[in-house]
Design a protein around this ligand. Structure first.
Ligand code: CP
Length: 318
C-alpha cells in the first residue's frame, strides 16, 4: 500500500477485515516489520483517539513514532502556493514537506476541512501536497472529505457484532452546536456502499451529502421511519454541503437527538458514534450508556484499523 485516503486504497473489504482479525488476535506478531522505521504523524487539528491509537498501532509494529502538532510549537505553515508570505505564516508547506519526509519513512496527516470554500476543501489540498511532494507513503488521519481509519474501524466493529449477513445500517444526522465537516459521514457512506449491507441515510432537508458519497444509499428524511428495523444506528453531525450553505449549521433541532424512544423502533439496534460526542445533543445518556452502545468498541478498533494500514504500508516498503 502506497497511500491510504479512501476505501479503494484498502482493496477487498473481506480480506481487510480478515487481516484485522489476525492482527487483533496477536497485535505483536509483526514487531519486526517496523524495526528501524519511523512514522511521523502531523496534526493540523486536535485529536484524542487518532493520535493514541495510531501511535499504539505503530509501536505494536516496532516502529519509532514522531508527532508534530503544527499549531503548537512549529512554525505556522502556509499551504497555498503563490501567496506573498507577509503575514504570520513563517514557512511554506512546499519546503516543510520534503524536510519532514527526510526524517521518516511513513507520514500520517490530519487536516480537516476549513468549511469556507467547498472546492478547496474537496480538492484535499493539504494531504494531496503531502502525497505529491513527500516521496513517502502517506495515510489520512482524517482529511477534509474522508476519515478512512475511522470507517475501517467502524466496519470491523459491525462485522464483529452483526447477527445477519446483510444488516440494516442507518446513518443519522444529529444536532450539534458547531459546524462540523462532512468527512466522517462521507467516509462512512463510502465504506458502507462498498459492502452489501442495506444502507440508509437520514437527515433533515438541507443536509444532503455529495452524490459521490451517497451513492446507492437510500435517503429517508423521516428519521423515525429510517430507524424501523435497523440493526445498527450510526449517529453523526455534519454541516451543510449544498451550494451557498456549505459549512453552515442550518438546524440544531433536538428532535433529531438519538434517544431510547427512537431506538425502540429498531431491531434492537446497536448504537455507534465515532467520538467525541456531545451527550444529550447527538445522543442521550441512556442510549450511549446502554448495553447496545458500541462507541468504546469502535474506538478500540481504531488501533486495529491503523495497524492493518501501517502493516500493509511497511510490507510494501520492504
Ligand atoms: N474519532 C476520532 O477520530 O477521534 P479523534 O478526533 O479524537 O482523533
Amino acid at each position: 500500500m502506497k497511500k491510504f485516503t479512501c476505501v479503494e486504497d484498502i482493496g477487498d473489504l473481506r480480506l481487510a477485515v480478515a487481516e484485522a482479525m489476525v492482527v487483533k488476535r496477536d497485535r505483536f506478531a509483526f514487531t519486526e516489520l517496523g524495526k528501524n522505521r519511523t512514522l511521523l504523524m502531523i496534526f493540523f487539528n486536535s485529536s484524542l483517539r487518532t493520535r493514541l491509537s495510531t501511535q499504539k498501532a505503530a509501536m505494536n509494529l516496532g516502529m519509532n513514532v514522531m508527532v508534530l502538532d503544527v499549531n503548537q510549537g512549529a512554525w505556522k505553515l502556509e499551504t497555498e502556493r503563490g501567496v506573498v508570505m507577509d503575514g504570520d505564516k513563517a514557512e511554506h508547506l512546499l519546503e516543510a514537506i520534503p524536510v519532514m519526509a527526510s526524517y521518516c519513512d511513513v507520514i500520517g496527516v490530519r487536516a480537516f476541512a476549513q468549511l469556507n470554500d467547498r472546492v478547496e476543501d474537496y480538492e484535499e489540498r493539504i494531504i494531496e501536497q503531502f502525497i505529491r511532494y513527500s516521496g513517502r507513503p502517506v495515510f489520512s488521519m482524517e482529511a477534509a472529505t474522508r476519515h478512512p481509519l475511522q470507517s475501517f474501524a467502524d466496519l470491523i466493529t459491525i462485522e464483529e457484532h452483526k447477527t445477519k449477513e446483510r444488516p440494516k445500517v442507518v446513518m443519522t444526522w444529529a444536532p450539534h452546536p458547531k459546524a462540523l465537516p462532512q468527512a466522517v459521514p462521507n467516509s462512512f457512506a463510502e465504506w458502507m456502499n462498498a459492502t452489501d449491507y442495506e444502507f440508509v441515510i437520514t437527515h433533515p432537508k438541507g443536509y444532503e451529502l455529495a452524490h459521490e458519497f451517497v451513492g446507492n444509499a437510500k435517503v429517508e428524511y423521516d428519521q423515525r421511519k429510517a430507524f424501523e428495523g435497523a440493526d445498527f444506528i450510526y449517529a453523526k453531525n455534519w454541516s451543510a454541503y449544498a451550494g451557498a450553505d456549505y459549512g453552515k449549521v442550518l438546524s440544531t433541532d433536538r428532535d433529531w437527538t438519538v434517544d431510547a424512544d427512537k431506538m425502540a423502533l429498531t431491531n434492537d439496534a446497536f448504537f455507534m458514534h465515532c467520538l467525541p460526542v456531545r451527550r444529550n445533543m447527538i445522543v442521550t445518556d441512556e442510549v450511549i450508556e446502554s448495553a447496545k452502545s458500541l462507541v468504546i468498541r469502535e474506538a478500540e478498533n481504531r488501533e486495529i484499523s491503523a495497524q492493518v494500514v501501517l502493516k500493509r504500508i511497511l510490507e510494501n516498503l520492504k
